[in-house]
Design a binder for this molecule. Structure first.
Ligand SMILES: [Zn+2]
Ligand SMILES: [Zn+2]
Length: 252
């Protein structure tokens, strides 16, 4: 009896029975994730984060180059797994991944008994773990900036370095630089108006939908310490502070 090509326990074939099952399960997981990866790369951001929050995004999220890469990697991996059983899959275009997936399910014994099955199972496990880690929800903090090429409003998440504008498709290599200059710009600006006008301003300029009542609540609860009451119903707001509170996940 030889050793399993993945877990190294004694096995009758290239893979032990557990690892052969695991490979089929991983292939099915990957097939379920591929369309989701594409959606992730192109999704619209929900500003203000959490489920049930009152704020909804009105700004587009840059198309994530990183998720597009993972999407390509996932489709290519599906073809490579199918190629274990039949070499012609090596030459298939990435868009043929669905056909490859069905072929794998119909011929799984051939695939899992290939001499390279252990390496490909390792590749599947790594990619699936990477996707799991990367999709674990983190703080939904975003900053709204304008695309330097076309002016499209973009919601940039905290750690996103580069992306593609969903409107003009220009590649933006320094998203965090745009975020920094946007915040600096806002810190130097104040703005006068009523809470209702502040809510409208946020919707129009910061990509966050808020209500007059929310702004009034923030003022009452001291969440806008830099705001000054000028006269009855009219306040001087610091724009950076206003945007920050509006975009905080607990804003609603
Ligand atoms: Zn094994
Ligand atoms: Zn653009």
């Amino acid at each position: 009896m030889g050793a399993c090509g993945y877990c190294r326990r004694p096995a009758g074939g290239t893979l032990c029975r557990d690892c052969a099952r695991r490979m089929v399960r991983d292939v099915n997981d990957l097939a379920r994730l591929i369309p989701e990866l594409r959606a992730l790369a192109e999704r619209k951001a929900r500003i203000g984060g959490r489920e049930g929050a009152m704020n909804h995004a009105v700004a587009g999220l840059p198309v994530s180059c990183e998720w597009m890469d993972v999407h390509d990697e996932a489709r290519t991996l599906m073809l490579r797994v199918a190629a274990l059983g039949e070499i012609r899959w090596m030459l298939a275009p990435p868009g043929a991944w669905k056909g490859a997936w069905r072929w794998i399910l119909a011929n799984h014994a051939k695939v899992t008994s290939s001499p390279q099955a252990g390496d490909l199972l390792d590749g599947l496990e790594r990619l699936l773990h990477h996707i799991d880690r990367a999709t674990t929800p983190c703080d939904g903090r975003v900053t709204v900036v304008d695309c330097p090429s076309c002016g499209q409003r973009l919601a940039v998440p905290e750690h996103m370095e580069s992306g593609r504008c969903p409107a003009c498709h220009d590649r933006l290599d320094d998203l965090q630089g745009l975020v920094r200059s946007r915040l600096k710009d806002l810190h130097e600006r104040t703005w006068q108006g009523s809470p209702a006008e502040a809510a409208l301003w946020l919707t129009g300029h910061a990509g966050v939908r808020v209500t007059r009542k929310q702004v009034t609540d923030w003022l009452r609860r001291g969440r806008l310490p830099k705001a000054r009451a000028l006269r009855r119903g009219v306040w001087l707001f610091n724009l950076a502070e206003l945007v920050e509170v509006a975009q905080a996940p607990a804003a609603a």
